[in-house]
Ligand binder design. Structure first.
Ligand SMILES: NC(=O)c1ccc[n+]([C@@H]2O[C@H](COP(=O)([O-])OP(=O)(O)OC[C@H]3O[C@@H](n4cnc5c(N)ncnc54)[C@H](OP(=O)(O)O)[C@@H]3O)[C@@H](O)[C@H]2O)c1
Length: 258
């Protein structure tokens, strides 16, 4: 962890969507804290370099690169099986894989709707379901990655906003069900974070929204990874079923007059 050190119980994690962006940073930080981490995405060629870099560094945790599409139940089940085989168990699941693109609702095809719900919502179901037994075997932790877009109006991303809102409610409900199994379920909802995909969409997009005009500082990947590490650590033992919104403050906000 970059800023503060907390004890993280357990030693094996899966971070979905960790070939780039926020997920990659979470995997790197987990490995730096001695956690054996599965680096997963749809392309073996995208996860291999991330895992190699971790394994060739002096980070004490090992990285295992696995090609897995979170939309595909069989692919997810096989990833969980391999994780348990290679690392001896599973303590932490970070449901980070996600994708978005902008399209007005009237132009949105059914396929576009299904694709975004499949990755961002059904992927969370598939991974959490497949990891259930392993996580309950000794007590574990799940962190879902939603978005502020799931909490407020999300014009031209109605599919993405709906999926992320559902992930937040899923987090709260499952946390109650799994509390008796000693598995904590929480969620982090980032604002705009400087990842390659987010920044490349940061110019004027096809829907005409100038996303460079956001009135908040753009966050850094480590500012989300640190919060995820807090949520899976002992320091968050009393944090259950919560959604932590992480978005800084408006840069133009003025202090209220006294
Ligand atoms: N960046 C932001 O401003 C922001 C704000 C709020 C929330 N978020 C959320 O944060 C998470 C990470 O976003 P990011 O900005 O870091 O994006 P990113 O850099 O595009 O990373 C997305 C990751 O997900 C993987 N992925 C995509 N579809 C997948 C699938 N079907 N199965 C498995 N892996 C898949 C990608 O790898 P491959 O292409 O190699 O498969 C990649 O590793 C997402 O859930 C996103 O919605 C981001």
């Amino acid at each position: 962890m970059v800023t503060t050190e907390f004890r993280i119980p357990g030693s094996v994690a899966i971070v979905t969507g960790s070939s780039s962006g926020i997920g990659k940073r979470i995997a790197e930080q987990f490995a730096a804290d001695g956690i054996d981490t599965v680096v997963c995405s749809r392309e073996q060629g995208n996860v291999d370099p991330v895992a190699n870099e971790i394994n060739e560094s002096d980070r004490p945790g090992r990285a295992l690169p696995i090609e897995c599409d979170v939309r595909d139940e069989a692919s997810v089940e096989s990833m969980v099986e391999r994780t348990v085989e290679e690392f001896g168990g599973l303590d932490i699941l970070v449901n980070n894989a996600g994708a978005a693109f902008m399209v007005e609702f009237d132009e949105m095809s059914r396929n576009a709707w299904d694709t975004i719900l499949d990755i961002n919502l059904n992927g969370v179901f598939n991974c959490t379901h497949a990891a259930s037994d392993a996580l309950k075997d000794g007590g574990g932790s799940v962190v879902n990655v939603s978005s502020v877009r799931g909490q407020e109006a999300s014009p031209n991303e109605t599919h993405y906003g709906a999926a992320k809102a559902a992930v937040e409610n899923f987090t709260k409900s499952l946390a109650h069900e799994w509390a008796e199994d000693d598995v904590r379920v929480n969620c982090v909802a980032p604002g705009f974070i400087a990842t390659k995909s987010a920044v490349s969409a940061g110019d004027v997009d096809p829907a005409g929204i100038d996303r460079s005009a956001v009135d908040r500082r753009i966050g850094r990947v480590e500012e989300i990874a640190d919060v995820v590490e807090f949520l899976v650590s002992d320091a968050a033992s009393f944090v259950i079923g919560e959604v932590l919104t992480v978005r800084g403050v408006p840069t133009h906000s003025e202090k209220p007059e006294r």
